[in-house]
Write a protein that binds this ligand. Structure first.
Ligand code: GDP
Length: 300
């Protein structure tokens, strides 16, 4: 799925509501701003970001002497693009000479396994040799589920028994990746946040093993967040992301929510780039995040 289809719900929940407002009120007055504020907050853009955005709009309206509400829509889309734009690079950091290791972290159910499967497929389409490591040895069924995606994507999965040490799985996976000339190794990890200290220790151990075997690895630590949980996703990233060496975010299930404004809130409140977005359940429904495309898909 492309942005256009994947963002249908947000288009309805945000942009169409703004269009309705513009038609209904025609004039830009206090009530107009209040209603606009409600719509934006309802789409999970985030309260403080919305406040700033509305202030910016007021300034622009004065500066450009806008009276007709209809003229405000392009200004809003411009401002949203600005808010999303960062000087950071949204592209995945790849190892120029050797195996690229990407680690995935995130709470159960956010779409971690699905994302690994989709990304494996994407890399394969680019002609890369891909391997997966079943590092979630804790949750029942996690290994089998990754294997299902391994089959779908046509990618080998390195695993051990359920309950085994994830760092040992990673060690095996790195050895296998070296032997088989793999370009990209995608590593699943356990996502039990209720057991945070253990999880951190587990992650640190995984880090040490990977770093020792491949200097400079892991090249990315991607935290997977479920966009349908809105502000909760943001909270999760705040609590967990800072301390665990996370280098970027994956926002899944954007197709399943009218609150796609969460992308803006995340961009504003976290110092982490959104690198990939999930736009559906199928293997092709993963896209690199692009702020221009995102806003264009919403407003065009
Ligand atoms: P995990 O526990 O984090 O590994 O989560 P899973 O990968 O098993 O995904 C949980 C559920 O979310 C599954 O039913 C997936 O099909 C679904 N899912 C994952 N990504 C997306 C997405 O981008 N869009 C939609 N609509 N569903 C998704």
């Amino acid at each position: 799925k492309q942005f256009k289809d994947g963002l249908e719900k947000t288009r309805k929940g945000l942009v169409e509501k703004v269009s309705d407002l513009v038609i209904r009120r025609k004039k830009i007055d206090e009530e107009f701003y209040e209603e606009l504020e409600e719509i934006l907050i309802g789409a999970d853009v985030g309260v403080s970001t919305v406040m700033n955005l509305i202030e910016d709009l007021r300034v622009e309206v004065k500066k450009r002497r806008i009276e007709d509400a209809a003229e405000l829509q392009p200004v809003l889309s411009e401002k949203l693009t600005e808010l999303l734009r960062g000087d950071e690079n949204n592209e995945l950091r790849m190892n120029p000479d050797g195996i690229t290791v990407i680690l995935f972290v995130g709470v159960n159910g956010v779409g971690k396994t699905t994302t690994i499967g989709k990304l494996a497929h994407r890399f394969k389409q680019q002609g890369k040799k891909v391997m997966m490591a079943a590092g979630d040895t804790f949750r029942a069924g996690a290994i089998e589920q990754l294997e299902v995606w391994g089959e779908r994507a046509g990618v080998e999965v390195i695993k051990q028994q359920a309950g085994s040490d994830p760092a040992a799985v990673m060690f095996d996976a790195v050895q296998a990746a070296k032997q088989r000339g793999v370009d990209v190794l995608l590593c699943d990890t356990a996502g039990r946040l209720q057991n945070k200290t253990n999880l951190m220790e587990e992650l640190n151990k995984i880090f040490r093993v990977i770093q020792r075997e491949i200097p400079g690895a892991p090249h990315e630590v991607l935290m997977v967040l479920d966009a349908t949980t809105g502000q909760n996703a943001l909270q999760q990233a705040k609590l967990f992301g800072e301390k665990s060496g996370v280098t970027g975010l994956v926002l899944t299930k954007l197709d399943g929510t009218a609150k796609g404004g969460i992308v803006v809130a995340i961009r504003q409140e976290l110092n982490l780039p959104v690198k990939l977005v999930g736009l559906g359940e199928k293997i092709d429904d993963l896209q690199p995040f692009d702020s221009e495309q995102f806003v264009h898909a919403l407003f065009a």
